[in-house]
Design a protein around this ligand. Structure first.
Ligand code: GMT
Length: 374
């Protein structure tokens, strides 16, 4: 098939999932066309089936807000026509689903029928989407999509709760490339970071409020009182200055390393003993799946779709949002030498259920159905 993929080309979860999906589809012989405003972060190699079309947004002094959605819709029209695409798959409802609707209507006037698949990723529903400034457009464009998928059952339920959606939403969970995300022999790295055999705790995120990075620090500050340990923080974002200050106030800076936006996160995960995800909201929790694939147990909140991924007492533990004491208790339990190997082994077994080869065919079937029903 010839598939157009629209996404945010950043390190954010939705962009990562869309890019990994495109790469997996290209490997299976489909022709995949990315339509984005810059090169997707993980699309940094050559493959004969992968194409990248940049959305150019003209600047004009009149535009206080450059009309990205219009430029995107125009680009979709152009690429669908010129490349003869079979299907358009847009990731993240705002503004991709509404831009796709506009493109579809324009193409209809030229007797071209293109099915649109919208994948909901989380914040497009639970945070920004339900804001009254966007809600009517989000509801409309979800209902106008030919197929709608969500990355967890919780997100599907939330979507029905907040929007008058008449469409059936198919749950297709996120997936993981186990060739890339696997425990690698990086003991030299571990020896450098934790020379006295300290345990390594890791958190990766975009350091936005919703991730509750403050809880990560509070959990770590308690854990290190009992278990000699270090904390590695991967990623960057608006909360970072406050988090750095908190580390200073708690006098734990010597045991906390800010690694910034690392591309090879699997190398850090390879030496980790515990992954912390105390998020306020999380439709799926892709970062936790990446950790599990590298055999790292997860201490998380029970927000959103996390319980569909992190299995209580098996791959880690879940606590109520903000219940730092419970997370500390659970972390100390998992980190015990007699418990850790069992949890590590279980995470890998569970991550295998989300392997690329098991999930990508679900998208292929979805495309096929959408094309056939045109
Ligand atoms: O978590 C973020 O802030 C980024 C966000 C995004 O839209 O890129 O991630 C969302 O989509 C990911 C991929 O499907 C999910 O794994 C994340 O759980 C989800 N984030 C939230 O729901 C807060």
């Amino acid at each position: 098939m010839k598939i157009g993929i629209v996404c945010y080309p950043t390190f954010g979860g939705s962009g990562v999932v869309a890019t990994e999906l495109g790469k997996a589809l290209a490997q299976k012989g489909h022709q995949v066309h990315f339509i984005t405003y810059s090169q997707p972060a993980r699309l940094d190699f050559f493959n004969e089936n992968l194409f990248y079309h940049e959305v150019y947004i003209p600047d004009y002094p009149l535009f206080h807000y450059p009309p990205y959605e219009l430029a995107l819709a125009s680009k979709m029209v152009d690429i669908v026509k010129f490349e003869k695409l079979d299907v358009l798959h847009v990731h993240y409802a705002i503004p991709h689903a509404s831009a796709a609707y506009m493109a579809k209507q324009i193409l209809k006037t030229q007797n071209i029928n293109i099915p649109v698949i919208t994948t909901l990723h989380g914040t497009d529903i639970t945070l920004v989407g339900k804001d009254p400034s966007f809600e009517p457009v989000v509801t409309f464009s979800i209902n106008q999509s030919d197929s709608v998928t969500s990355v967890s059952d919780d997100l599907r339920v939330e979507t029905y709760k907040y929007f008058k959606v008449e469409k059936e939403i198919e749950v297709i969970p996120n997936f993981i490339n186990l060739q890339r995300f696997r425990k690698q022999p990086k003991e030299h790295f571990r020896a450098a970071i934790a020379p006295f055999g300290e345990k390594l705790l890791v958190h990766t995120s975009n350091f936005r409020q919703v991730k509750r990075v403050e809880d990560v620090i509070k959990i770590f500050a308690e854990v290190r009182k009992t278990v000699p340990s270090k904390l590695l923080l991967v990623g960057d974002g608006p909360e970072r200055p406050g988090i750095e200050k908190l580390c200073r106030d708690l006098n734990i800076c010597q045991d906390v390393r800010f690694l910034g936006k690392l591309e090879a996160v699997e190398e850090v995960l390879s030496i980790a003993d515990l992954f912390l995800m105390p998020s306020e909201k999380e439709s799926f929790g892709l970062a936790a799946l990446e950790a599990m694939a590298c055999e790292v147990p997860v201490i998380s909140s029970n927000a959103g779709g996390i319980p569909e991924l992190n299995i209580q007492g098996v791959t880690g533990f879940l606590s109520d949002i903000g219940d730092v004491d419970d997370m500390v208790k659970n972390a100390l339990f998992v980190l015990k030498d007699e418990n850790l190997p069992r949890f590590k082994a279980a995470t890998l077994v569970h991550a295998q259920e989300f392997e690329t080869d098991k999930i990508v065919p679900l998208y292929e079937k979805c495309y096929q159905r959408a094309v056939e029903s045109q």
